[in-house]
Design a protein around this ligand. Structure first.
Ligand code: MN
Ligand code: MN
Length: 415
C-alpha cells in the first residue's frame, strides 16, 4: 500500500466518511453533512486551490497541515519542528543540532539536542544549568559524572539506554567502538543551548597561568599544552575497558546510578495496539525532574485521547509516521503530521491523541518537566461517571457507554 493511499485511508477514518470521496478528501474537499455551510460551499468552488508556488516535499510530509481536517479550529500555536531543519554544528569528531524554544517557541520547559560522536571522540567535560536526560539512539558511549561528595560514576551505554545528569554536575560523553554513537539529549529549560555550556577548556583558557600553577601545584612549564580555546567535540583514542577505567579512579561506586537500561525493562503497558514504557523518578530515581515515556504504536493504532495534568509534552519521533491532533482551551484545535526526527509539542493540559498513519510501527518519545508521568484518559473518565451524566453530555446511549474501554489502555489497536 502506497503511503499516499495510506494517508487517504487514515484521513477517511478520522473524518468518518466513505471511500467514494477519498480522492476528494485528499484534495482538501470535505463532504460532511455536519460541516458549516461555508465549508460546503468551498467544496464546489476553487477555494482550496493553490496555483502559486508550493514546496511539494514539505506538503507531502504534512498533508494535515496544508489541508486541515474540518475539526481543526483557531490557533493552538506552533506544535511541530524537525531536527532536519536545523543548523548542524559539525566538528572533527561529530556534530550536534538542537530544537529549543528558539526554534519551537511554545516549548518553554524543554529543549532537545541530537548529537553524534565518532569512535573515541568526546563531548568534552562540561556542566550546565539544566538537568540532562538522554536516550541512546545508536551505537555505544562511555559516560562519567562527578558527584559533589567526590564520588565518580562511570558507565557504558548502548542503544535504548538512558542517562540523567543533574544540573551543575560535571560530566563527559565519549563515543566507543565500533562506530561511536548518536543520542538525543533533553533538557528541562526551553532556552537551553548546547552552545552555552560551562566547558573545562574555557575555564582553563580564561584563567591566568600563574593562578593555574598555584591551584594545581604545578610549574607553569607543565601547563604548556592546556587548551587555549573551546574544545567542545574533539577526537581522541578509544578508552581502556570499563573495568580498567573504574579501577583507575579508585573503584568508587555510586549508590544511585545515573544510567537506566530502558529496552530491558518490561513494558509498563502492553495492548494489542502497542506498548508503552514509562520512566520517571519512581523507577529511575536519578531522574528527579524529567519524566519520559516511549510509545510503540502498531499500524492503525492510536495513542488514545488523553491529557497530562502536570506538564506540557515535548515529543521526539523515532520511527514511522503519525498524526497528532491537539484541542486546547477555548476550543482551538490543530492536526499535524510527524515523521522520524521530528519534534512535537503539546501545551500543558491540552487534550490530544497520536495515531499511527503509516504501515510500520510508530515509535515516539514523550518528555515532561516533572518528577512523575501522569495522564488522564478520556475513556477512563467517561467510564467512571454515572452513565446518565455521560448521556446528558454526549448523547451516547447506555449500551454504547458500556462498550467503551473502562481502563486507561494508553494504546488502542486499529479497527
Ligand atoms: Mn551535558
Ligand atoms: Mn500525551
Amino acid at each position: 500500500m502506497s503511503s499516499e493511499h495510506q494517508d487517504s485511508v487514515s484521513r477517511r477514518n478520522v473524518l468518518g466518511i466513505g471511500s467514494t470521496v477519498a480522492t476528494a478528501v485528499l484534495a482538501g474537499v470535505v463532504a460532511n453533512a455536519q460541516q458549516p455551510q461555508n465549508t460546503r460551499a468551498a467544496e464546489r468552488d476553487r477555494s482550496a486551490s493553490n496555483p502559486g508556488p508550493e514546496n511539494g516535499a514539505l506538503l507531502k510530509e504534512n498533508p494535515n497541515s496544508n489541508t486541515p481536517p474540518p475539526t481543526d479550529h483557531g490557533d493552538v500555536g506552533p506544535v511541530w519542528y524537525s531536527f532536519d531543519l536545523t543548523h548542524k554544528r559539525i566538528q572533527e569528531g561529530g556534530w550536534t543540532h538542537q530544537v529549543t524554544q528558539r526554534e519551537l517557541p511554545s516549548s518553554q520547559d524543554i529543549a532537545g539536542v541530537n548529537m553524534r560522536l565518532t569512535a573515541g571522540s568526546f563531548r568534552e567535560l562540561h556542566w550546565h544549568t539544566a538537568d540532562e536526560w538522554s536516550i541512546m539512539l545508536d551505537g555505544n558511549a562511555r559516560v562519567t559524572v562527578l558527584n559533589p561528595d567526590g564520588t565518580i560514576f562511570i558507565d557504558d551505554v548502548a542503544k535504548g539506554d538512558l542517562w540523567y545528569f543533574p544540573a551543575g554536575y560535571p560530566h563527559s560523553i565519549q563515543g566507543l567502538g565500533p562506530d561511536g554513537c548518536e543520542f538525543l539529549l533533553v533538557f528541562n529549560e526551553g532556552m537551553f543551548s548546547e552552545d552555552n555550556t560551562f566547558l573545562l577548556s574555557d575555564w582553563l583558557a580564561h584563567t591566568p597561568g600563574t593562578v593555574l600553577s598555584k591551584n594545581f601545584g604545578l610549574d607553569q612549564a607543565a601547563l604548556a599544552k592546556l587548551p587555549t580555546s573551546s574544545l567542545y567535540i574533539f577526537p581522541a583514542d578509544l578508552p581502556k575497558s570499563l573495568a580498567e577505567d573504574r579501577a583507575a579512579v579508585g573503584g568508587q561506586t555510586v549508590q544511585s546510578p545515573y544510567t537506566f537500561r530502558m529496552e530491558a525493562m518490561a513494558p509498563t503497558k502492553r495492548t494489542s495496539g502497542g506498548e508503552a514504557r514509562i520512566v520517571d523518578s519512581h523507577n529511575f530515581p536519578a531522574s528527579k525532574n524529567i519524566a519520559a515515556a516511549v510509545f510503540t504504536v502498531k499500524p492503525g493504532g492510536l495513542r488514545e485521547l488523553h491529557w497530562h495534568p502536570n506538564a506540557s509534552e515535548w515529543q521526539y519521533y523515532m520511527a514511522g509516521k503519525g498524526r497528532m491532533a491537539i484541542v486546547a482551551a477555548g476550543g482551538s484545535a490543530r492536526t499535524m503530521d510527524f515523521n522520524a526526527n521530528d519534534v512535537g509539542f503539546v501545551p500543558s493540559m491540552a487534550a490530544h491523541y497520536v495515531e499511527n498513519t503509516g504501515d510500520t510501527d510508530l515509535v515516539f518519545l514523550a518528555m515532561f518537566k516533572a518528577h512523575e508521568y501522569l495522564d488522564i484518559s478520556l475513556n477512563n473518565w467517561i467510564r467512571h461517571l454515572p452513565p446518565e451524566m455521560v448521556t446528558s453530555h454526549t448523547g451516547l446511549d447506555a449500551s454504547s457507554i458500556r462498550s467503551i474501554p473502562a481502563e486507561n489502555s494508553i494504546i488502542i489497536a486499529g479497527r
